[in-house]
Design a protein around this ligand. Structure first.
Ligand SMILES: Nc1ncnc2c1ncn2[C@@H]1O[C@H](COP(=O)(O)OP(=O)(O)OP(=O)(O)O)[C@@H](O)[C@H]1O
Ligand SMILES: [Mg+2]
Length: 261
């Protein structure tokens, strides 16, 4: 068991008409697995994450998170969501931003049998021990992103949803961050659904890469990544890695052409 998305569809009614964002999307992320979603802009990746996080309701289909529907899983703090922009509160310190979920949900303390992690400890594990009392605008974009990820870790969720967490970073910082994330994931073994536009990032991190086509977003291909773990930075220089990159790219090309034909 893990995350199961079955036949999910979503249409938005807008002033300009109806936008079919997702059509009949199914995917599975097994317990402790890391799966990436990649696809052209506007193909519904963020919408899918928001549906899984219980923030948007699907028109059809079902989502099961370790056997629970999204609203229930989210209320029980089983779901950690890192949205596409870090959404930190600018007037609060780093530490207070990470404490927000506790304050928003006072009942959180009483959620049955759950242990929560000490926000200071979590921030230290992300290398943010020195900036606990800084405000977000005093940090670089990359550090702000880390705060947003740390915030998702305090509830020790069973599943982490991350929407392009490294998109604002320069290439080298981005590579470093993905290997830091790999280290944390390796020791934590959380179930992760990760959205990215970067092919090497998707391959380096994942057990499988789901390529979506747009629009409406559908699953175009699921490419298993059988690279051994733990994966160091050297894996990205191997032929197997480059072959996988090529496969993802060629599926993406077809996905893109689907749209612009
Ligand atoms: N709340 C909303 N109301 C109306 N339309 C929406 C809403 N949310 C998303 N959409 C539309 O649904 C489609 C999918 O959007 P979504 O943000 O999920 O794409 P995405 O794959 O995350 O794109 P990107 O890669 O640019 O982040 C787009 O056409 C978008 O305009
Ligand atoms: Mg998005």
């Amino acid at each position: 068991m893990g995350l199961d998305v079955l036949g999910v569809s979503k249409t938005f009614d807008t002033r300009k008409g109806r936008v079919a964002a997702l059509r009949d999307v199914s995917l599975r992320v097994g317990r402790g697995r890391f799966v990436s979603l990649i696809g052209p802009t506007g193909c519904g990746k963020s919408t899918l994450l928001r549906i899984v996080a219980g923030l948007v309701e699907a028109d059809g289909g079902t989502v099961s998170i370790f056997g629970e529907p999204p609203e229930r899983a989210t209320a029980a703090k089983h779901v950690g969501f890192v949205p596409q922009s870090p959404a930190l509160l600018p007037w609060r310190t780093v530490l207070d931003n990470v404490r927000v979920p506790f304050q928003v949900n006072r009942k959180a303390d009483s959620v049955l049998g759950r242990r929560f992690r000490d926000p200071v400890e979590v921030l230290e594990s992300f290398g943010l021990g020195d900036v606990l009392h800084s405000r977000p605008d005093q940090l670089s974009g990359g550090m702000q992103q880390k705060v947003a990820i740390a915030r998702a870790f305090v509830f020790d969720p069973s599943i982490l949803l991350m929407d392009e967490p490294f998109s604002a970073l320069d290439e080298l910082t981005r590579e470093r961050q993905r290997h830091e994330l790999l280290d944390i994931w390796q020791s934590d073994q959380k179930t992760v659904l990760f959205v990215t536009h970067s092919v090497p990032e998707a391959v380096a991190l994942s057990d499988a890469v789901v390529v979506m086509s747009a629009q409406p977003g559908r699953v175009r291909a699921v490419i298993p990544v059988n690279l051994p773990r733990p994966r160091g930075e050297l894996v990205e220089a191997t032929d197997v890695f480059h072959d996988l990159e090529r496969r993802v790219r060629s599926e993406l090309r077809v996905a893109w052409n689907d749209n612009h034909a």
